[in-house]
Design a protein around this ligand. Structure first.
Ligand SMILES: [Zn+2]
Ligand SMILES: [Zn+2]
Length: 273
């Protein structure tokens, strides 16, 4: 199993970081978790085309996690030589989001259907809203969802993907909670959105400080990883973006609470299990 961080960024635009999205390659299938800014540019570097995606899984509907969903849908549709329905799994609200996305693309869909004689079907999406439990199982691959706590963004999900005796948890944006702990138990890799409290508190903007109450800090992430006996903790979607040379400081805050392996994310970071 392989995990590739397609986008390590946050809502704040950054020249070297795409928005949050993570690719897991398991037993020959590609699973895309979230579709942040620039997801297909980074996927092209893997290389991966959206045509071959097994499914898209959304942790929540915050804009930074879904901003390029339309690009995944349109590019897959246009590049597929035959109808190629895309499975989408997400929290309650996903169906409404998917339908709204298709409505927003209505003109483009019309242009392309009129222009290409061999394109006769509209983009097809098979959307499933989930809350918890096994959401996908096929051969050696199993994906489990659990509710996380990113309130007032509600509902939100974390996912655990298991294959070949290994496990990866996509925590997404959440504070520590029981659902997250359940997913993390004895996981090989935990990919956790983190903020650094001291840096966020130093920004003279209440709107920015508002993010403190619905994200895990580096300390929280270390504690979650230790409590759940995770092997590797990957600090991801770091807010604010770590200044070059400060990565060790971020990891050190987590390491005060967790003795396992700690990594800090960058675009196209790959972990092979
Ligand atoms: Zn969020
Ligand atoms: Zn986010």
């Amino acid at each position: 199993m392989e995990v590739i961080i397609l986008g390590s960024g946050s809502p704040l635009p950054h020249p070297e970081r795409a928005g949050p999205s993570t690719l897991v390659r398991a037993a020959g299938s590609d699973f895309l978790f979230d579709c942040g800014r620039g997801v297909l540019m980074r996927a092209a570097a893997v290389p991966l085309l959206p045509v071959s995606l097994k499914m898209v899984l959304l942790t929540h509907l915050h804009s930074d996690h879904v901003s390029d969903f339309n690009d995944v849908v349109t590019t897959r549709w246009v590049m597929s030589p035959a109808p190629n329905p895309l499975a989408v799994i997400g929290p309650v609200g996903t169906r409404k989001f998917v339908e709204a996305t298709l409505r927003a693309m209505e003109s483009d869909i019309g242009y392309r259907l009129a222009h290409h004689q061999d394109l006769n079907t509209r983009p097809e999406l098979i959307t499933e809203e989930v809350e918890r439990g096994v959401v996908f199982e096929n051969g050696p691959v199993k994906i489990i969802a659990a509710p996380t706590d990113h309130r007032p963004v509600h509902p939100s999900l974390g996912f655990r993907i298991e294959a070949e005796g290994k496990s990866i948890v996509i925590a997404g944006d959440t504070i520590p909670c029981e659902g997250l702990d359940r997913l993390c138990r004895d996981a090989d890799v935990l990919i956790q959105t983190v903020i650094r409290r001291s840096l966020v508190e130093a920004v003279p903007s209440q709107r920015f400080k508002d993010i403190l109450d619905y994200h895990s800090t580096t300390v929280d992430a270390g504690r979650t990883a230790a409590r759940c006996r995770v092997k590797t903790l990957l600090l991801n979607h770091c807010v604010p973006t770590p200044a070059p040379g400060t990565e060790e400081d971020w990891m050190a805050e987590a390491a005060n609470h967790f003795t396992g392996k700690i990594l800090i994310s960058y675009d196209l970071l790959k972990i092979t299990l």
